[in-house]
Design a protein around this ligand. Structure first.
Ligand SMILES: [Zn+2]
Length: 557
């Protein structure tokens, strides 16, 4: 959890300086957003969401804090998207809602995914499609795009040339040398930019702790084929709705084993339609059918592909595990979780695996078969990059603290001086002036919670209340008080929720409340409620060793 960021006054930016503000993705996996400022203009690189954890009940997604940029929206030249993952594009609708005309720049697939998302918000974005190798001016920003390989096709790194030096941002990437689409991370471009001089290198830290090299996607093929060869009944595959290549492997295995496939779930159906239409996914004729048509086929000819591999409670797979979905998982079915275990989701995923196992399914996952590889560069790949790029300054991005520190240590081992490696958390502001980068301050970078239709309504305090409610229950205390004198007119009334004591057990607290109110009078209603809450909370804590949420209701006599 990000501590509330106290912002500091920022120094004036040098006229020829480049300012880098990290709004997300530092100290957390998700809501990646970096803003560059150069000659009075701003460039947003990615604008993603963070998914809530179990200690954030009722929250749909978490956005970057737009406080700082909100006053400067007219200066935003463009939003550059490195790739189409939710933690890089999920916040775009919320930013565009504030100024819809900001151009959105990205590769073909990335823009297609973001446009589909924006349609749901009824926003028609102004887009600029770019491809690897392209160099364009976005206002004051001279941008060049470089192909990178990741767990979604069409990823781009971005280089920005300024008078302060060149910035190179990898986006999310890995260096699979045999990717399914043959599009490798363009190290030759990295080397060329390195020769020219990279002043500030922002690199993906997600897998910096993992030694060696990330295994090629191709090496998963045998394990996936084995599942398809040996599964006696239906196969239900769960993956991210954006992992086009993994789904291609599943489609190929299904075709080879004579099975039909149906996509289940809105985002999966939508994204695979987009990927097919744009030529990123090849679907043999007749392979993919409607979910309803699968009913007529024997189980051993059925494959379902759905989302929910992270245990998200509303996704198709969790609902299947809870018997709350039209697809009934049963004895002999095989469930293939072809995805990672994202930090924070562990318990939800194991609950899902247990739920499916209980129904009789054989669950194949990354813990018992080689059915997943990461989309991020491991330590070995990062070291190669440092040695090829030879950056003057490094800023590890995309990771929790341990990932950022591990990445910093790798940079240092390749010879980047310790004081040229900038590790910090969300809100960090870095100025690059004449080739030298330094941390100059901090802007607000709180978690902004999206809760149903409201953005920013739920706060850290309301989440703390929700946790207390869930864990300790609640006690509502009703008192009739003469505010002028602080006299309690009747005994307190108690209504108890999710707390094991009987309301009558609480009557012993009344004398203490009566005395405290009397001493404090005259009172406002707020004062009286505060006294009731504090006195009752302390008393319950002492008597029962519990801390339920105490809700005071004071009625004036
Ligand atoms: Zn990604």
């Amino acid at each position: 959890m990000t501590p509330p960021a106290s912002s500091t006054a920022l120094p004036d930016l040098d006229r020829a300086g480049l300012r880098v503000v990290a709004f997300g993705g530092l100290g957390e996996i998700g809501r990646n957003m970096t803003v560059l400022e150069y000659r009075g203009r701003l460039l947003v690189i990615d604008c993603g969401v963070l998914f809530p954890e179990e200690h954030q009940p009722g929250i749909d997604v978490i956005l970057p804090d737009f406080t700082w940029i909100r006053d400067r929206l007219d200066r935003v030249a463009a939003i550059v998207l490195t790739h189409g993952h939710e933690d890089h594009i999920g916040g775009v609708p919320y930013l565009l809602r504030e100024r819809p005309s900001i151009p959105v720049v990205g590769s073909r697939l990335t823009l297609a995914f973001v446009k589909a998302k924006l349609e749901e918000f009824r926003i028609r974005p102004n887009t600029i499609e770019v491809e690897a190798g392209r160099r364009i001016d976005l206002d004051t920003f001279d941008c060049e795009f470089v192909a990178v390989n990741h767990s979604i096709p069409d990823g781009l790194a971005v280089a920005v040339r300024t008078d302060a030096g060149m910035l190179l941002h990898t986006g999310d990437f890995k260096m699979d040398q045999f990717p399914l689409d043959g599009r490798i991370t363009d190290l030759r471009a990295f080397a060329r930019l390195g020769e020219e001089g990279v002043a500030l290198f922002l690199t993906d830290s997600t897998n910096a702790e993992v030694p060696g090299f990330t295994t090629s996607e191709r090496e998963l093929t045998p394990a996936i084929e084995t599942v398809f060869r040996t599964a006696p009944k239906r196969i239900i595959v769960s993956s991210f709705a954006s992992h086009v290549h993994r789904i291609q492997q599943v489609l190929d295995a299904a075709q080879a084993s004579g099975r039909k496939v149906a996509f289940v779930g809105r985002s999966m159906v939508r994204n695979m339609g987009i990927a097919r239409d744009l030529g990123y996914l090849t679907i043999p004729d007749g392979l993919v059918v409607d979910l309803k048509q699968l009913d007529r086929l024997p189980d051993r000819r059925v494959t379902l592909i759905c989302t929910g591999s992270q245990g998200e409670p509303m996704a198709a797979l969790a609902r299947m595990a809870n018997r709350d979905h039209m697809v009934r998982v049963g004895e002999g079915d095989t469930v293939l979780l072809a995805s990672s275990l994202i930090p924070g989701n562990e318990s939800a995923i194991y609950r899902l695996i247990n739920g499916l196992s209980r129904l009789g399914a054989n669950v194949v996952h990354t813990g018992n078969a080689k059915v997943h590889v990461s989309g991020h560069a491991s330590a070995g790949e990062l070291v190669y990059c440092y040695n090829i790029v030879k950056p003057a300054n490094v800023m590890p991005v995309h990771g929790e603290w341990r990932h950022l520190q591990a990445n910093a240590a790798l940079a240092e081992r390749t010879g980047v001086p310790h004081d040229r490696i900038l590790v910090g958390e969300d809100g960090m502001v870095v100025d690059l002036v004449a080739g030298r980068a330094s941390i100059v301050g901090k802007v607000p970078a709180q978690h902004i919670y999206v809760d149903g239709q409201t953005v920013g309504g739920a706060t850290e305090a309301s989440l703390a209340d929700r946790r207390t409610l869930a864990q300790e229950g609640a006690v509502t205390v009703v008192g009739i008080v003469e505010l002028r004198t602080g006299r309690l007119a009747e005994d307190l009334d108690f209504i108890v929720h999710g707390f094991t004591q009987d309301p009558s057990d609480f009557h012993d607290v009344t004398p203490a409340v009566r005395t405290t109110l009397r001493k404090a009078g005259p009172l406002t209603q707020e004062d009286a409620e505060g006294i009731v809450r504090d006195t009752v909370s302390r008393w319950i804590n002492k008597r029962f060793r519990r801390t339920p949420l105490v809700i005071p209701v004071v009625v004036e006599e």
